[in-house]
Design a protein around this ligand. Structure first.
Ligand SMILES: Nc1nc2c(ncn2[C@@H]2O[C@H](COP(=O)(O)OP(=O)(O)OP(=O)(O)O)[C@@H](O)[C@H]2O)c(=O)[nH]1
Ligand SMILES: [Mg+2]
Length: 593
């Protein structure tokens, strides 16, 4: 198959072949069901976040409409998008609004701008967390989620915060620039932050229709040079006109579409999605399946051996295997102690320090904001003033914590994953050693297959670092301030400063405890999964031998019957193995060329 003909269908084909293999494997008695089911689930549900970012008004929303080929999202000449909108695949256009308090409501397309724009939902008074939209676009096939973010750098600071919050979730970013605004310092600064969080950045120079050919070339050169310097490497820049592309699609004008230059970019994007998103996962799943097959084959051989080895000899071997189990138990105890130490170092050193630093930097900003709000509202009657200041403090602190938590989440998840990766390679060695030992002890063949843990494959598969729990951001609603009836301005400000301090301290304590708890739960899950890996290996070997022993006690006819059955299963496994090898070769071939 030629991957350049249609990379999406090539990927889809490999994926479906792989799913067929897993189905067949699940029907085989010797294959461990749960691992196989988990791999199947991974292929089916793998998502990839493609986040569109940039300064305000560069045409992010317009580009998304152009890629989808329909005017779905609202665009405007003034800073507009204020809420993250996530586009995923679905048979029809459907829109769900998810609120911060976990409510979800479905809305009509014509009401979308009442929720996602600064005009319809100023300062996010409606308390929307994100909007999720389904649409039948080929871009969204196979788990790609296209994400529109508010522009950064406009007078609406909260829009910048919302965009930043989403950066850690990006697997790849589309960084949008436009020809009418030469690249600015602020844009470079933002790019530096995007770099931290995305494995891959596409650079797109929009509104190419504004310029004639010579001017456009100059604009491209200028921008590309600035980007190369910022990135420290050669950068590919795609000039496009989102407007022409959309006009071309709606009026079915091939000429407009070609002039928009979008197809060139779109082709590159497709190729990338196939390779990075599709292939990396596909290869890793294939390797893991091959590993399962190799282990199942070893167990079959062991059973066969225990059907035929003289009984005394067999008993000696079983005793030797029991001793080996004792060694493995020691490895498990060492692992437990080391893991405990590493994770508590992360909680004490990493998390606590980060939190302290954050609060230290936050306080002066919040104080300044409070003073500003106080000056603005001091003409109000006491009750009104108090309410206005309370609301201002809570709104501002809450936003600061939401943004910090998203970033801290990413930092901790990454650090935790690094720890896990180190341990998992040790555990894998133990498992391999156990399998190799048994194969030598019983003189049967065994192929070692290296396979990465699936969660260590790109795309933010951090080892199931727990999701942020609901409700931890409903801050300070219980904290109210008792004020005397007659009171001077200065005293109110002082009281409000104390209130601010309490709100921040309380929220910081809550965030700290919550992170610690999640870290602890993630550690327990990880430990369980690693122990499970070892125990399942021991169990597989022991039960294969036991099955043989039981069978031979039934008599020679049963033994012959069982031998035939085992040979049949080995045949099936070999057949699936060669199909997996072909999928692996094709996926590897597609990655290279
Ligand atoms: N001429 C021209 N105008 C464009 C193009 N793409 C977008 N625009 C216009 O630029 C303005 C901003 O477009 P949006 O798509 O709302 O930009 P945005 O980056 O999403 O803006 P924010 O959400 O506010 O950050 C609108 O008036 C669009 O019509 C283009 O390719 N050519
Ligand atoms: Mg927008």
């Amino acid at each position: 198959m030629n991957p350049t003909v249609s990379s999406t269908s090539f990927y889809a084909q490999l994926k479906s072949d792989l799913l067929d293999c897993t189905d067949e494997m699940l029907s085989i008695e010797n294959i461990r069901g749960c691992a196989c089911e988990e791999l199947q689930e991974k292929i089916r549900t793998n998502t990839f976040n493609l986040v569109v970012v940039g300064q305000f008004k560069r045409g992010k929303t317009s580009l998304i409409n152009a890629l989808l080929g329909a005017e779905i999202l609202p665009v405007a000449v003034v800073p507009l998008t204020s809420i993250v909108t996530i586009m995923t695949w679905g048979e029809a256009l459907r829109i769900k609004v998810c609120f911060n308090d976990e409510r979800v409501s479905e809305i009509k397309p014509e009401s979308l701008s009442d929720y996602v724009t600064e005009k319809g939902n100023p300062k996010n008074v409606k308390d929307v967390r994100e909007v999720v939209l389904t649409y039948p676009s080929p871009y969204l096939k196979d788990g790609v989620r296209l994400i529109d973010t508010p522009g950064v750098g406009s007078i609406y600071e909260h829009n910048t915060d919302v965009a930043y919050q989403y950066l850690p979730k990006s697997d790849a970013a589309l960084f949008l620039l436009s020809v009418d605004q030469p690249m600015s310092k602020a844009e470079l600064h933002f790019l530096n932050d995007v770099k931290e969080y995305s494995n891959k950045i596409f650079f797109v120079l929009n509104k190419a229709d504004y310029l004639r050919e010579n001017d456009l070339r100059e604009a491209i050169d200028f921008t590309r040079n600035a980007l190369c310097e910022a990135m420290g490497s050669v950068v590919r820049l795609f000039p496009v006109s989102a407007r022409l592309a959309l006009e071309g699609t709606t009026s079915k004008s091939g000429e407009f579409i070609e002039k928009s230059m979008l197809p060139l970019f779109s082709k590159e994007l497709n190729r990338f999605l196939m390779e990075e998103k599709g292939n990396v996962l596909l290869l890793s799943v294939t390797n893991n399946l091959l590993r399962s097959i190799s282990q199942a084959k070893l167990e079959l051989e062991l059973e066969l051996k225990s059907l035929t080895t003289p009984l005394e000899e067999l008993k000696d071997k079983i005793r030797a295997f029991e001793n080996k189990k004792g060694e493995v138990a020691q490895v498990k105890r060492d692992f437990e102690i080391l893991l405990e130490g590493e994770v508590s170092r992360l909680a004490k050193g990493g998390l606590e320090d980060d939190l302290q630093r954050f609060v230290r930097d936050l306080m002066p900003q919040e104080q300044a904001h409070l003073t500003e709000q106080f000056e603005l509202n001091k003409g109000l009657p006491l009750k009104g003033l108090r309410r206005a200041l309370e609301e201002a403090i809570i709104g501002h602190v809450k936003q600061a914590f939401i943004t910090w938590r998203a970033l801290e989440d990413e930092r901790l998840a990454k650090a935790f994953e690094t720890i896990c990766k180190r341990f998992i390679s040790k555990i894998n060695e133990t498992v391999d050693e156990l399998l190799r030992y048994s194969s030598e002890l019983f003189s049967v063949a065994f192929d070692t297959v290296k396979a990465e843990a699936l969660w260590s494959v790109k795309s933010g598969f951090y080892f199931r670092f727990k999701e942020q729990p609901v409700g931890t951001l409903v801050i300070a609603s219980t904290l109210t301030l008792a004020l005397p009836k007659f009171i001077g301005d200065k005293i109110i400000l002082k009281k409000m400063q104390e209130y601010l301090q309490r709100v921040v301290t309380m929220q910081a304590a809550r965030a700290g405890t919550d992170f610690e708890e999640r870290l602890d739960k993630s550690k327990l899950d990880f430990r369980w999964e690693m122990f499970q890996k070892i125990d399942a290996t021991i169990e597989g070997i022991a039960s294969a031998i036991e099955k043989g022993m039981t069978q031979r006690s039934k008599g020679s006819r049963e033994v012959e019957e069982r031998k035939r059955l085992l040979a049949g299963t080995t045949g099936k496994l070999d057949e699936i193995k060669s199909r997996l090898a072909r999928i692996k070769a094709e996926a590897e071939g597609a990655s290279k060329g």
